[in-house]
Design a binder for this molecule. Structure first.
Ligand code: CP
Length: 324
């Protein structure tokens, strides 16, 4: 186990097997806590966390706030429409003003890739990414790994197929780094227009035909069609996409019996997967959400320096817009 004691979680690229195992082990302890009649522990009493969400969110935002409250931290929330960013304040000034109120950690989601890295350089407090642009969504990647371990045990040799809008997906990027680090074999499948141009940089097999891709899969990880990030038509229609790439009951039979269905949410029923597949006992979409609270408690605990943290500040700022 590495002894690095860093304060940030900005991405999964660069974390090693022991780093991720540490987070999952700590999350396992907190997973038990959130099933107790009294689900609050005093671990982060006196710690203050600011949740800065400059992009919409249901799961991640509520999950972080619950995790913080379960750990007895003080919590403040700021969303884009209510912030002074709408009056022209730069992100750096917003963050430094919040820091001046003596907060200990910032959880940030932003549409621009690289914002958590930028903030980590600009402020002295802990920075945790809640998803940045098309870069990474590290706590989603960790909660997915927790769910995979809970369901499958060791991931060595397991075949995971990520289907859908890989090009615009920070979930896919964190997933690929995390899953391969933990020993899984990962394939991605999408029409060529929904695959990233730098795919060679990722340790994955690539398919354009979903029926071939999911043959013998242990896990099918479906991604949301992110129309809000797409500039121009990247496929003819939702109906054609569902016919070619959507996960339905008959397609599922090509995978390994008992193949898990995962999705980061929000799901679009009838777009990337059929509603009955989403609700099938093989689907772990809601357990992913439950596990997210425990995983975020673990990340807060470790970045607060309450455990032996192996989390590192990773990567360089990129794709930063002039608004920052
Ligand atoms: N998975 C996820 O990031 O969902 P939200 O956008 O609702 O936070």
């Amino acid at each position: 186990m590495t002894e690095l004691s860093s304060r940030h979680l900005l991405g999964l690229k660069g974390l090693n097997y022991d780093d991720i195992s540490l987070v999952l082990d700590v999350a396992s302890a907190f997973r038990e806590v959130i099933e107790r009649p009294i689900r609050t522990v005093p671990t982060l009493r006196g710690w203050t966390v600011a949740n800065l969400f400059f992009e919409s969110s249901t799961r991640t935002r509520i999950s972080f706030e619950l995790a913080e409250k379960r750990l007895s931290a003080d919590v403040v929330n700021l969303s884009a429409p209510a912030s002074s960013a709408s009056k022209g304040e730069t992100l750096k000034d917003t963050a430094r003003n919040i820091e001046a109120m003596r907060i200990d950690a910032v959880v940030v989601r932003h549409a621009a890739s690289g914002v958590p890295h930028f903030l980590a350089d600009a402020v002295d407090c802990t920075v945790i990414s809640a998803g940045d642009g098309q870069h990474e969504h590290p706590t989603q990647g960790l909660l997915d790994l927790y769910t995979l371990h809970e369901q499958l045990g060791d991931l060595e040799g397991k075949r995971i197929v990520i289907v859908g809008d890989v090009r615009h997906s920070r979930v896919a990027r964190s997933g690929i780094w995390g899953m391969t680090t933990m020993g899984a074999s990962v394939a991605v499948c999408a029409p060529p227009t929904l695959l990233p141009s730098d795919l060679d940089a990722f340790p994955v097999d690539v398919y354009n035909n979903v029926d071939e891709a999911i043959e013998g899969a242990d896990v099918i990880y479906t991604l949301r069609i992110q129309l809000e990030r797409q500039q121009g038509a990247l496929f003819p229609s939702i109906r054609e996409y569902m016919a070619m790439y959507g996960i339905n009951r008959s397609r599922l039979e090509r995978a390994r019996p008992g193949c898990l269905i995962m999705h980061p949410g929000p799901i679009n029923r009838g777009w990337e997967l059929d509603g009955d597949v989403a609700d099938d006992p093989q689907s772990v979409i809601l357990p992913q959400v439950t596990n997210g609270v425990a995983v975020r408690m673990a990340v807060l605990y470790l970045t607060a320096g309450r455990g032996t943290s192996a989390l590192q500040k990773i990567g360089e700022p990129r794709g930063l817009g002039s608004e920052i």
